[in-house]
Design a protein around this ligand. Structure first.
Ligand SMILES: N[C@@H](CCC(=O)N[C@@H](CS)C(=O)NCC(=O)O)C(=O)O
Length: 252
């Protein structure tokens, strides 16, 4: 099995965590450079990581990869037996993949990718932080015991990479969301989460020629665009696209 990925991508980290939980050996082909975009395009026409190659099967999109791996490697199970809980698991994964991802990405824009924007758009930064706090309160209400579904599941792993990134920016859950804070600590104790997080940390700040994730040429898509508009950065995005400093999936 080969995973085409990048340790700075939360979706890639989620799949690495799933593979570590499943205890399976896999090869990782890390994509860091624009020069590798063709290899990525061959596996995913949206040129997004991760993609999985398993024999003749080429699987793109982390949600589809997670489902594929659960069927291909059913032990240990990361999806509960109960039908209702399985649906809840998938709904929670959507919150992580769509809502939390986009809220974290937009905060990263101000804190990491383009820090000059924090000074230029203070009101919008405040809205981005506010939006994350609201999401924290919602997720706090979703924790049922030790893990989101009570038992450990794939839903927990969908959230873990995002909380890792937020910790890096110093945006952490506090006593106003106690169930969330305790659960994030518990997640950080899992060897699969620790291993993938260490791999992400090791790759922060490593310089690459023509980097795939170029802060001056960002790839914008779906929920991340919705979040930009929500916090008031819609006009900024249009200027960036116009100036060739940003692009949409499939456009390059
Ligand atoms: N829905 C996709 C989203 C994947 C995605 O957004 N990947 C980003 C990195 S987090 C990417 O590859 N972006 C390409 C780029 O920035 O050029 C999934 O779940 O796999």
């Amino acid at each position: 099995m080969k995973l085409i990925d990048n340790p700075l991508s939360p979706y890639s980290l989620k799949i690495r965590m799933i593979l570590y939980e499943k205890g399976v050996d896999f090869e990782s082909q890390e994509i860091h450079s624009e020069d590798d975009r063709d290899a990525l395009l061959a596996a995913n026409p949206r040129a997004e990581v991760p993609a999985l190659i398993d024999g003749d099967n080429v699987v793109a999109d982390s949600k589809v990869i997670a489902e594929y791996l659960e069927e291909r490697l059913p032990t240990p199970p990361l999806l509960p037996e109960d039908l209702g809980l399985r649906a809840r698991c998938r709904n929670l994964e959507l919150i992580a993949d769509n809502e939390l991802d986009s809220a974290v990405l937009v905060l990263s824009l101000f804190k990491f990718f383009r820090p000059e924007l924090a000074e230029q758009y203070p009101k919008e930064l405040e809205r981005a932080e506010q939006s994350l706090r609201q999401l924290f309160a919602r997720i706090d209400g979703e924790v049922k015991g030790d893990y989101l579904l009570g038992e450990f599941s794939r839903a927990d792993l969908a959230f873990a990479p995002h909380f890792g990134a937020l910790g890096f920016f110093g945006f952490v859950a506090d006593e106003s969301t106690p169930a969330l804070a305790a659960w994030v600590t518990r997640l950080g104790e899992r060897p699969s989460v620790q291993r993938a997080t260490q791999e992400a940390i090791a790759s922060v700040g490593v310089q690459h020629e023509r980097p795939l994730f170029d802060p001056q040429h960002l790839h914008w898509r779906s929920d991340r665009i919705e979040q930009l508009i929500r916090v008031g950065m819609g006009p900024w995005l249009l200027q960036e696209l116009d100036a060739g400093k940003g692009f949409l999936p499939g456009s390059e």
